[in-house]
Design a protein around this ligand. Structure first.
Ligand code: NI
Length: 226
């Protein structure tokens, strides 16, 4: 399942993040790519342990923790602290699959990358190209979102970033290990949760709302690891 989560960051927060990123030193993105991806990756990133990146990453994690749509869609168990990348002057990232297991820099912890996330930090009108293209069963999906918006997609997908032919594309990217590792089960739970919430708003007194909430939680109990 591919989900667009609008307005993770407000316009003010986007401005703040971009101003902070201006102060960071950027490094070759190949430093963090696996053997195969190195050959197709051409961008720059704020290094894992850079204080600016760490601080901004923590800020984004704090926002995600309180975000109901993100929580319902991802059912997060562990989140890799967000990283930041930049593409300019025809830079791009060719077709690749993200590694299944991601170490968390500076810790002994590892995260299974059930879900990938890209949080856009540049307004689409400020650059050409730079679409995140995700190959799913319906064919390629081309994603280019407003600054502050995020896309969540299965970590299993083949994807690439188109060359940025004008301007600069800034984004934050990270991975999530979900309590429910299977995308089909997670999607079912998300759709059920969304329906229950809608019923809860429209017919709050209906006894089936509680019953359905029970079904949701009992499925979660069956499928989740916490
Ligand atoms: Ni990737």
């Amino acid at each position: 399942m591919l989900i667009h989560i609008p307005k993770i960051l407000t316009a003010e927060q986007v401005t703040h993040v971009r101003a902070e990123l201006d102060k960071a030193e950027w490094a070759d993105g190949r430093n963090t790519a696996g053997y195969l991806s190195q050959r197709v990756k051409d961008n720059t990133q704020v290094p894992d342990m850079h204080p600016v990146g760490k601080q901004l990453g923590q800020m984004i994690l704090g926002i995600l923790e309180k975000h109901p749509l993100f929580t319902s869609a991802a059912l997060p168990l562990k989140v890799v602290p967000p990283l930041f990348n930049r593409y300019t002057g025809n830079q791009n990232y060719g077709r690749h699959v993200d590694g299944a297991i991601r170490p968390v820099a500076g810790t002994p912890f590892r995260v299974r990358t059930d879900l990938s996330a890209t949080l856009f930090l540049t307004a689409p009108e400020d650059y050409d190209g730079g679409e995140l293209v995700i190959e799913d069963t319906f064919g390629p999906r081309r994603i280019k979102l407003p600054a502050g918006d995020m896309v969540l997609y299965p970590g299993t997908s083949v994807h690439h970033v188109e060359p940025v032919t004008r301007g600069t594309r800034l984004a934050s990217f990270f991975w999530i290990q979900s309590m429910v590792r299977d995308d089909t089960q997670r999607t079912l739970l998300f759709n059920l949760d969304t329906s229950i919430q809608q019923l809860g708003r429209d017919v709050p007194q209906h006894p089936a709302v509680v019953q359905l909430a029970g079904v949701y939680h009992n499925l979660l109990r069956l499928w989740a690891d916490a």
